[in-house]
Design a protein around this ligand. Structure first.
Ligand code: E4P
Length: 216
């Protein structure tokens, strides 16, 4: 199971990279906007820290434009740049075009197994079902992850599932159970995954007892 961070905040990314568990980064215009920096600055800094897939959102609405953006971004970091392509007919065409140029794609805003099937057939490197946004509208978001993992397995697609729009540690547990390849996780949830009250109590107790041991 690979762990990506869903963030454009360089301090968060640096911090999680230092834990030794980080395999990649996903960004989107909302996350970059929060940093107050340009997309280019963010991506260039992330590239210096993370040697793994870095997702960058295409903003064109036509396939030709998305492919052009992909080609430009790939020059920044040819090995790791992954172009986020919104699920649409133009998006599918762009995925095909970028695959032909050996540029990785992450089909984003996926909310159904059929969308995932089409993205995989077009040649997507990654597919991102947005589970939290489905939960927000009272659908069980993780259900489609199970379906998508099964579809990719049944037909031996090389596409990987990125569980996205993760809102809490339980989403990650479910993702692992279902055999999703990757979860992209916000900083806050990554920290929640580390914490457990019994661990804190245990550390405190061992520390206090250590102090009581007679010294030689
Ligand atoms: C993933 O690639 C997206 O950036 C992200 O997970 C969206 O999450 P949100 O629904 O919390 O905005």
């Amino acid at each position: 199971m690979k762990i990506f961070i869903d963030s454009a905040d360089i301090n968060e990314i640096k911090e999680v990279a230092s834990w030794g568990i980080l395999d990649g980064v996903t960004t989107n215009p909302t996350l970059v906007c929060k940093t107050g920096r340009s997309f280019e600055e963010c991506v260039s800094d992330i590239s210096k820290i993370v040697d793994g897939s870095i997702s960058v959102e295409a903003i064109s609405t036509d396939a030709e434009g998305m492919v052009k953006e992909g080609v430009e971004w790939a020059k920044v970091n040819p090995k790791n740049i992954t172009i986020k392509i919104p699920m649409s007919i133009e998006g599918l065409k762009a995925v095909k075009g970028l695959r032909a140029k050996k540029i990785m794609t992450n089909v984003t805003l996926v909310f159904s197994p059929n969308q995932a099937l089409l993205a995989a057939k077009a040649g997507a490197t990654f597919i991102s079902p947005f589970v939290g946004r489905l939960d927000d509208i009272s659908h069980f978001g993780m259900e489609i992850v199970g379906d998508i993992v099964q579809i990719l397995k049944n037909y031996e697609f090389d596409t990987e599932v990125i569980v996205a729009s993760v809102r809490n540690p339980l989403h990650v547990v479910e993702a692992v159970r279902m055999g999703a390849h990757i979860a992209t996780i916000p900083f806050k949830v990554l920290k929640q995954m580390v914490e457990h009250p019994l661990t804190d109590i245990g550390i405190k107790k061992f520390f206090e007892d250590y102090k009581k041991i007679p010294k030689k």
